[in-house]
Design a protein around this ligand. Structure first.
Ligand SMILES: [Zn+2]
Length: 175
């Protein structure tokens, strides 16, 4: 790997250790020419498997783009969408799998999107879950109301309302 400071073609690894959760390796490198140090992180390349069987590298920007579309005209900030992208990537990485079905990416987006904005959630779910009738919408809204009631009844703060939407969003993965 070349030096990011002087562009020298080769650098030496002086230390290499796994991150706390074991999902990545951090290497400390030194350039033999300018003697500056920098760190690289090596982690598994997440691959998304589309329904057609075609694979492509996981792209956090695509996640953010999709969520942004669903949030059009809604009171959601770019910073919140960026945080959603990070949350989705982290939850996919924590699954420990290198290849992820495209549907699972959709599922991973639904949870945090529902916490951001209920209307955006419905928009996204209507595309992702292929709603075919008004009944499908009605059922989804019912389920969402139940979740909102549950979280407002059991908590006063925002933190503890998390497990609700999360467990619901993971259902399609099992079935
Ligand atoms: Zn250098």
């Amino acid at each position: 790997m070349h030096c990011p400071f002087c562009r020298h073609e080769d650098t030496k690894v002086s230390d290499s250790r796994a991150t706390e959760d074991g999902s990545a390796i951090r290497r400390r490198r030194t350039c033999p020419v300018c003697e500056r140090k920098f760190t690289t992180v090596e982690q598994v390349q997440l691959t998304v498997v589309k329904r057609s069987g075609v694979t492509e590298p996981f792209n956090r920007d695509k996640v953010i783009k999709g969520a942004t579309k669903a949030c059009q005209g809604r009171p959601v900030t770019p910073a919140q969408l960026a945080a959603l992208g990070q949350q989705v990537e982290e939850s996919l990485r924590s699954s420990g799998q290198a290849e992820i079905p495209a549907e699972a990416v959709g599922v991973a987006i639904l949870g945090p999107l529902g916490e951001l904005d209920p209307v955006a959630y419905l928009r996204f779910a209507s595309v992702y879950k292929n709603y075919e009738s008004v009944d499908d919408f009605a059922a989804e809204i019912e389920a969402m109301r139940a979740r909102l009631d549950e979280s407002s009844a059991t908590t006063e703060g925002r933190q503890s309302s998390r497990p609700g939407p999360k467990s619901v969003s993971q259902e399609p993965l099992i079935g």
